[in-house]
Design a protein around this ligand. Structure first.
Ligand code: PMP
Length: 396
């Protein structure tokens, strides 16, 4: 069957592929523990669920404005002021069907064919694929584990050129868990000031999953703010991945461009979710803070376990819910049946022999590492790591 050439521009997400393989094994009756997917294992907070139920009873069942209900866009401004000290107006805000759509809208709104997009590695799988689908040119920049996989001003300066249209990063970062401090962002801002045509996409979807304190946004620097595009949403901090709502906060021209794209693709996002989002963004944050505490407890335990694994090299995650150890010390080793050539092989080995699903670092632009989530119960985490350790010990 002849399908479009557009499909060849990009790959399917490795994260979803691993989850699919895990499900297939589970369907055969094998007890696979999923440490591959990036979603909180908690329930959505009650006050938000109540708002969603009320929205159904109040008959929020019609098409919504493409950019979102006006009172939701207002609520997002309230959140940005309350949590981040940022002043935005509703004209700066558009909501979409998940942060993934917000990212796609934003990238396609500012990147033209042949424009360079600088992405520090490791990065979230979807960034590069969205850029390729938009006919931009992906320029990956390696960072070092010694600097917790955060780009330095010198590395940034080296990467930016007159052809650069966009810089994309996440803080807290998926997959590395690194979190940029105000001082680190300020140092990057000095470089960005020299490149006034570069947009800065700041993906802050993991804002509430932070183990080092206050979340800092690069939009706080007033002279850069007009070209910063903030991405955020409900999925991670409120355990609402299935509700599908993401936000863009940006210059009104960027917002209008996103609205134009969205108007031909999905229209306004789900009405029930939008009503629930108003309560999420302006309501009680304690349930999110409780989830964060539990993630921190698990992180501590996982680090304790990983410290006992000889040869594992990793940077301690300061946010999000993943560990990202380098595993190259296992390359070339075998359990007598399978030879581990690279991180892909190691992930498949852990899936088939330990029945634990993880994700290869190659998908995130860091082929020496693998990503292992701790968004699962402590009991499952303990069991999964026991299996991982036993499987790794067989590699000689
Ligand atoms: N950005 C990052 C860094 C993510 O990890 C994810 C989800 N894995 C998203 C964006 C997309 O989130 P959403 O569920 O809102 O589409």
């Amino acid at each position: 069957m002849q399908l479009s050439t557009r499909l060849q521009l990009f790959n399917e997400p490795e994260t979803l592929k691993m989850a699919k393989l895990g499900r297939e094994l589970r369907a055969k009756g094998i007890d696979v523990i999923d440490l591959s997917l990036g979603e909180p294992d908690f329930d959505t907070p009650q006050h938000i669920k109540d708002a969603a139920k009320k929205a159904i009873d109040d008959n929020y069942s019609h098409y919504t404005p493409v950019a979102g209900y006006p009172d939701l866009r207002e609520a997002v401004c309230v959140k940005l002021k309350r949590d981040n000290g940022l002043d935005y107006k509703p004209e700066n805000i558009i909501v979409s069907t998940g942060a993934k759509q917000s990212l796609a809208n934003a990238v396609w709104a500012v990147v033209s064919k042949g424009d360079e997009v600088v992405i520090p590695t490791p990065y979230w799988v979807t960034y590069s694929e969205i850029v390729k689908l938009g006919e931009g040119v992906v320029k990956l920049v390696s960072t070092s584990i010694e600097n917790k996989y955060k780009i330095t001003p010198a590395e940034l300066e080296e990467a930016l050129t007159d052809k650069t249209r966009l810089f994309m990063f996440s803080s807290p970062c998926n997959p590395s868990g690194s979190v940029y401090s105000k001082q680190e962002l300020e140092a990057l801002a000095v470089v960005f000031r020299k490149y006034p045509n570069v947009y800065i996409l700041s993906d802050e979807i993991y804002e509430y999953i932070n183990f080092v304190g206050k979340h800092e946004s690069i939009a706080q620097f007033d002279d850069l703010k007009d070209r910063v595009i903030i991405i955020n949403g409900l999925s991670k901090g409120f355990a609402m991945t299935g509700y599908r709502l993401g936000i863009v906060a940006a210059h009104p021209d960027v917002v209008k461009a996103c609205e134009k794209l969205q108007g031909q693709l999905t229209s306004g996002t789900n009405s029930i979710t939008q009503r629930a989002a108003i309560v999420a963004f302006t309501g009680d944050l304690r349930p999110s803070q409780e989830m964060n505490k539990e993630f921190e407890r698990r992180k501590k335990r996982v680090l304790e376990i990983m410290n006992g694994i000889e040869g594992f090299k990793f940077a301690e995650p300061d946010g999000a819910f993943y560990v990202f150890p380098t595993v190259s010390q296992y390359f070339g080793k075998t359990d007598g049946e399978e030879v581990i050539k690279d991180a892909d092989d190691l992930c498949m080995y852990l899936l088939n022999k330990a029945h634990v699903s993880t994700v290869t670092g190659r998908a995130f632009g860091e082929p020496t590492a693998i990503r292992i989530s701790f968004a699962n119960s402590m009991e499952k985490i303990e069991e999964a790591w026991k299996r991982i350790i036993a499987a790794l010990a067989k590699l000689k």
